[in-house]
Design a binder for this molecule. Structure first.
Ligand code: GLU
Length: 503
């Protein structure tokens, strides 16, 4: 590839970014970085009716949280800016005019009511109305009326649109990096609106003009845009520009059943569909991966496997490794089933790799929110618990007993562990702890185990009630770790409480 690779993520700010959109952004990012190219963010906000306040900020925040920053875009203006289409508005009309001059587009004056009447009329005859070669000469447009009349109508302020004049009777040979070659008959295409009399271009015109002006070499986007490919290729041809290469990414499907993953599926099925939490103007709240406690690395790794695989057994990939291994040729055509359990699996793997001190600082924030202040060694606690944790909140599930002494004892476990001889045995443990200056795991273990062995007591008889006294249930890490972390005073207080309970 001699030309510098330039790709863009071009969302419309019509709401929060769904993980399908995030996957598109990620694949663009990976492709750009793999080839030493640029990743652009372009906000396609020409449809003012669908504009949603806050959506653009959300998109940018999501990309930042996931560590896939853009090289050019809003706030990172370079030569090709501005990067918001609403700010490029003045630019598009001249391109629509060029197409009129070259005979590739025309003015159309049909009103919405008239077009609706045509549609109904066709339907009544069991046909579909398409504004194209087949009937455009029977409609109200500048292909039919004279140039003077056209100018008069425009001068009078009559509403119009500019439509693309699709070629007749031609077979187009299109190419897609993922899907390979395709043939499309131009006769099935409609004459799409490129420009509206409100002075705004439609998506198709603005998208092609901007991709050209922004020197985009590869268009990587969702499969839902595949039906527009023929028109886009024809537009490049009409302008006399080289078209970029195209790659249409497979759909993301629901975890079960058929169909596309929708924004409502997540909260219905109990997993987020959005990278960040989103509150709608109506007050509905959609959960987000960030707020649900996922690490961005886990989300990235999960997204990378939605429609792509490396062709090896390796599943855990850092962003750098993804950049290294990513290849559009290995993206599948078939839809990718979303698997929330697998996402949790990735999260579990990633939380294991987080440094204990870092995890402890996140867990401390969690504790603070619960109004728990502690003098215990949180880093040590985290290191003992993280193996069983998927989220920071699991550290609490696993280890709340460190911070809150048991109020009562699991009944089934107590029945098994608290026997008539138990108070006496636990009292002995208290004596051992009392005389221990060194509260290290090794020393405590040596002393208590030494005593159990020399007295021939049997480990279960001591260790089970001891655990229950300290934890309240038969769970948690090694008992000597717990004793060592809780310290002499707290350990003894818990054991004495249990002795009293059995009293
Ligand atoms: N604005 C379009 C969207 O919202 C962009 C499609 C494209 O990438 O060409 O998905």
């Amino acid at each position: 590839m001699s030309q510098k690779v330039r790709v863009r993520f071009a969302p419309s700010p019509t709401g929060p970014l769904h993980i399908g959109g995030v996957r598109t952004a990620l694949f663009n990012y990976l492709f750009a970085k793999k080839h030493g190219g640029d990743f652009l963010l372009r906000i396609e906000d020409t449809d003012q009716n669908r504009y949603v306040e806050g959506a653009e900020a959300y998109i940018i925040e999501a990309l930042n949280w996931l560590n896939i920053p853009y090289d050019e875009g809003p706030g990172k203006e370079k030569d090709c800016g501005p990067y918001r289409q609403s700010e490029r508005k003045e630019l598009y009309k001249q391109y629509a005019d060029t197409l009129i001059e070259s005979g590739n587009a025309y003015f159309a004056f049909d009103t919405a009511e008239e077009l609706d009447a045509h549609r109904k009329d066709h339907e009544a005859k069991g046909k579909t109305f398409i504004y194209n070669w087949h009937n455009r000469l029977k409609l109200k447009n500048s292909l039919v009326i004279s140039a003077e009349e056209t100018q008069q109508k425009i001068a009078k302020g009559e509403e119009y649109v500019i439509r693309f004049k699709s070629p007749e009777d031609e077979t187009l040979y299109l190419n897609d990096i993922i899907r390979g070659g395709m043939q499309v008959e131009t006769n099935v295409l409609d004459d799409k609106v490129l420009f509206k009399s409100d002075g705004m271009p439609t998506y198709h015109l603005a998208n092609i003009v901007d991709d050209h002006l922004m020197k985009i070499t590869h268009v990587i986007r969702g499969e839902e845009w595949l039906p527009s490919l023929a028109l886009h290729v024809l537009l490049y041809r009409a302008f006399g520009w080289n078209a970029p290469q195209f790659a249409h990414l497979p759909l993301i499907l629901k975890p079960t059943g058929n169909g596309k993953l929708s924004k409502r599926d997540g909260d219905k099925m109990g997993f987020p569909v959005f990278p960040l939490e989103w509150k709608t103007a109506e007050g509905d709240l959609f959960s987000g991966y960030r707020e649900d406690g996922y690490l961005p690395e886990a989300v990235i790794n999960m997204l990378a496997f939605l429609g792509w695989n490396p062709g090896t057994e390796q599943e855990i990939f850092s962003l750098e490794e993804l950049v290294e291994s990513f290849d559009l040729e290995r993206v599948h055509k078939a839809g990718a089933k979303f698997d929330p359990e697998k996402t949790k699996w990735f999260q579990h793997q990633y939380i294991q790799t987080v440094d204990d001190a870092e995890l402890a600082s996140q867990f401390s924030k969690f504790l603070k929110q619960k109004d728990i202040s502690t003098a215990l060694d949180v880093t040590k606690i985290v290191s003992l618990l993280k193996e069983r944790a998927t989220f920071v909140s699991d550290l609490w599930e696993q280890g709340s007993f460190f911070f809150e002494a048991p109020e009562n004892y699991d009944a089934k476990a107590a029945e098994k562990a608290f026997k008539p001889e138990t108070p006496e045995l636990l009292q002995q443990v208290v004596s051992i702890l009392n005389t221990s200056e060194d509260f290290s795991v090794e020393k405590l273990s040596e002393k208590v185990k030494g005593w159990i062995t020399s007295e021939n007591i049997g480990f279960g008889k001591v260790m089970m009630p001891l655990r229950l006294a300290l934890v309240g249930e038969m769970k948690g890490p090694d008992v000597f770790d717990i004793l060592s972390i809780l310290g002499k005073e707290e350990s003894i207080s818990r054991i004495e409480k249990a002795i009293d309970f059995m009293g």
